[in-house]
Design a protein around this ligand. Structure first.
Ligand SMILES: Cc1cc2nc3c(=O)[nH]c(=O)nc-3n(C[C@H](O)[C@H](O)[C@H](O)COP(=O)(O)OP(=O)(O)OC[C@H]3O[C@@H](n4cnc5c(N)ncnc54)[C@H](O)[C@@H]3O)c2cc1C
Length: 266
């Protein structure tokens, strides 16, 4: 069902000449029912779903770390909704790709594991986008499995002439992903059990090895305590200017339907 058409408008910017700009855009909220065209195991722990359908017309996603709501039916028939990244929107082909991390005990993760070609998929949004712009020469993109869709999309959308370092935490080599890019990209994978995704130590150790060259923008998403610890380390111990970091908790250990978006801004 399409509620109404999408229009987009820039609603505000945060800017200074020497720092990045976060251009905030709002989009009319549109609920769409699409059809699953493809389901693949991208890696052992990541399920890729490609959706299509006439209601995709007018879909807008202005930034790699946008999110849509995925609506599923919970165990008791209740409506459940969770945030997922529009990993790739191909307007010409009329497809939208979303990657689901396969974890225990989540209704949306359970739904993705059982999804089949031909099933409906119900999405809402994105309601807005935060477009990061400015004098950025280098991107440091840090995260766990749930961050890989946004990191992959960011890397793929970077132009030539900039560079990026990706630090990705996954269970093992088979869960590593390859991202095509016009930019120069170095990827460092950390291997730890999925059960250790709430331990900040591996990411902090990896960050300790990273040079923070001038004009590096840092983007972090992981379990909330991990993302918070990484942000505090970079700002508190490494002296990173807060205008050069955007960090989010994409999930909260032990809490369903929970996140901590825009850490340090609330
Ligand atoms: C802006 C944004 C974008 C996101 N994009 C993506 C994306 O593209 N792909 C993606 O896979 N996830 C993404 N996430 C994370 C996703 O929304 C959460 O993992 C969500 O909780 C999953 O819903 P669920 O129904 O499976 O589990 P829930 O019902 O929310 O949680 C059930 C239990 O599982 C735990 N849990 C939740 N997530 C994880 C996890 N990753 N690992 C281990 N335990 C977990 C919870 O702590 C809880 O105890 C994004 C989150 C945000 C805020």
């Amino acid at each position: 069902m399409t509620d109404h058409t999408t229009t987009s408008a820039a609603i505000g910017t945060t800017t200074t000449a020497d720092a990045p700009v976060i251009r905030r855009m709002r989009h009319d909220t549109v609920r769409r029912t699409l059809r699953i065209a493809q389901v693949v195991r991208l890696t052992p722990n990541m399920i890729r779903i490609v959706a299509e359908g006439p209601e995709l017309a007018g879909f807008v996603s202005g930034a790699p770390d946008d999110h849509v709501k995925i609506f599923v039916e919970g165990a008791d028939g209740e409506r459940v909704m969770r945030d997922y990244t529009p990993r790739h929107h191909d307007a010409a082909a009329g497809t939208l790709t979303i990657d689901f991390f396969d974890h225990e005990g989540g209704p949306v993760s359970d739904w993705a594991r059982a999804a089949k070609v031909g099933d409906p998929i119900s999405i809402g949004g994105p309601r807005g986008s935060q477009v990061i712009e400015g004098p950025i020469a280098h991107w440091l993109l840090v995260g766990d499995e749930t961050a890989l869709p946004a990191i992959g999309r960011r890397v793929e959308e970077l132009p030539a002439g900039v560079s990026a370092t990706v630090i990705g935490a996954v269970p093992g080599p088979a869960d590593e992903q390859a991202f095509a890019s016009a930019a120069t990209v170095e990827t460092r994978w950390l291997h730890r059990d999925a059960a250790a995704a709430t331990d900040p130590a591996p990411l902090l150790a990896a960050l300790a090895q990273v040079d923070l060259a001038p004009n590096t923008f840092v983007w972090i998403a992981a379990e909330a305590a991990v993302a918070r610890a990484a942000r505090e380390y970079l700002v508190g111990e490494r002296g990173l200017d807060k205008r050069w970091i955007k960090a989010a908790g994409y999930w909260v250990a032990g809490q369903a339907d929970s996140s901590a978006k825009n850490l340090g801004e609330d």
